[in-house]
Ligand binder design. Structure first.
Ligand SMILES: Cc1cc2nc3c(=O)[nH]c(=O)nc-3n(C[C@H](O)[C@H](O)[C@H](O)COP(=O)(O)O)c2cc1C
Length: 172
């Protein structure tokens, strides 16, 4: 299976996680791995038969990263029937614990509403926060939560385990 990462990044942390960890890990488990900045997205990018990996940091008390925010109206119009998504999001659980990785939840809601399937839910046990829109239930996020602000030493292991989980789900 091929993978396309579609992501945004205001201060480069999401970029860094993709370049340093995610591309390597994905290339171990999947065939072709591409990445497109949401700033440069074209409608045709959504037509490929791939696993879409959505990367979204949260900004300004529970808002989407700026380029995702600018694209949001277009995103809401897309038909995701038959498409499979996995999501990861960067956030700061100490500084913004009331809005931790909300961006994952904002986009997840649209993906599900427009017919897409989301795989790769991630346990919340390892994080300390008071609220998040990214929750599927009491113990899972819709995708991988990464906290480069406070726990960058955990990022590599988190990415590695999550990609292995995606591989396992995709291979059924
Ligand atoms: C002004 C500001 C607002 C932020 N708001 C949130 C927030 O509401 N929720 C959250 O989880 N993280 C929040 N963060 C943390 C960012 O998501 C985090 O620094 C992330 O790594 C940024 O990723 P990027 O460099 O790819 O844009 C905020 C950071 C700043 C500086």
């Amino acid at each position: 299976m091929n993978v396309k990462i579609i992501y945004g990044s205001d201060t480069g942390n999401t970029d860094y996680v993709i370049e340093t960890y995610l591309l390597n890990e994905l290339s171990i488990h999947f065939n072709e791995v591409n990445h497109v900045n949401i700033y440069n997205i074209e409608t045709a990018d959504w037509l490929d038969d791939v696993l879409f990996i959505i990367g979204v940091p949260t900004w300004y008390d529970g808002e989407l990263q700026s380029d995702w925010d600018s694209y949001l109206d277009e995103f809401k119009k897309l038909d995701f029937k038959g498409k499979t998504f996995a999501m990861f999001g960067l956030g700061d659980q100490i500084g913004y614990g009331e809005y931790f990785v909300d961006g994952i939840g904002i986009l997840a809601e649209i993906i599900l509403k427009n017919g897409g399937e989301i795989i790769g839910f991630w346990p919340t046990d390892d994080y300390k926060f008071s609220a998040s829109k990214a929750l599927v239930n009491d113990h899972q996020f819709y995708g991988l939560a990464i906290d480069e602000d406070n726990e960058d030493e955990l990022t590599y292991d988190r990415v590695k385990s999550w990609v292995a989980l995606l591989d396992k789900i995709c291979k059924g």
